[in-house]
Design a protein around this ligand. Structure first.
Ligand SMILES: Nc1ncnc2c1ncn2[C@@H]1O[C@H](COP(=O)(O)OP(=O)(O)OP(=O)(O)O)[C@@H](O)[C@H]1O
Ligand SMILES: [Mg+2]
Length: 160
């Protein structure tokens, strides 16, 4: 059986950009992506790349620290949550995430491990590990059958 996790070693921001482009291309509309990784790992950087590849002006993409959720309009909408500063699940649920999850856009949640119980049953998990000053190890895996096509598509586009 093929490995259900797609591993991508990024050696530069340009590599992370390529992953973002491939993800934007592979994610079905309505996809939910859980981004997990330490401070400064590259979660927002990847969101910028996905947003840019979705036709959003990347300069408008910043961490939703105070607003907590941003909506960007591109060829399809991109919804960007950051759970880092949230006190608890209720604070996340008060943002109405279900509406975004069910919407036509792609929903990206930074620090998704902090609100794991609030995520839909099916989503795409992206883990980011810092492996050097400019190196990052990404691991992408589908949680649920709805996203079974994502990893094979990433492999076809990026190899490995
Ligand atoms: N290969 C790489 N891929 C992505 N970012 C990189 C890479 N190499 C260096 N960086 C740098 O790492 C930092 C990643 O910051 P980013 O804001 O994306 O992290 P984050 O995971 O969103 O952190 P936070 O938890 O604070 O939101 C940026 O300063 C970026 O320039
Ligand atoms: Mg961030």
């Amino acid at each position: 059986m093929s490995d259900p996790t797609f591993r991508f070693d990024s050696r530069s921001e340009a590599d992370t950009e390529r992953l973002g482009v491939a993800l934007a291309d592979s994610l079905p509309s309505g996809a939910v992506v859980a981004l997990i990784g330490t401070l400064g790992a590259g979660k927002t950087r990847l969101v910028q790349a996905i947003a840019k590849a979705s036709g959003v002006d990347p300069a408008t993409v910043v961490s939703p620290t105070f607003v907590l959720v941003h909506e960007y309009s591109g060829r399809r909408p991109v919804y960007h949550f950051d759970a880092y500063r949230l006190k608890d699940d209720d604070e996340f649920l008060a943002l109405g995430p279900e509406e975004y999850f069910d919407g036509p856009g792609v929903t990206l949640v930074e620090w998704a491990d902090r609100v794991e119980r609030c995520l839909p049953a099916e989503y795409v998990e992206v883990r980011v590990d810092v492996t050097g000053a400019n190196e990052r190890a990404f691991a992408v895996r589908a949680i649920g059958r709805a996203y079974a096509g994502v990893v094979p598509q990433l492999r076809a586009k990026l190899g490995a």
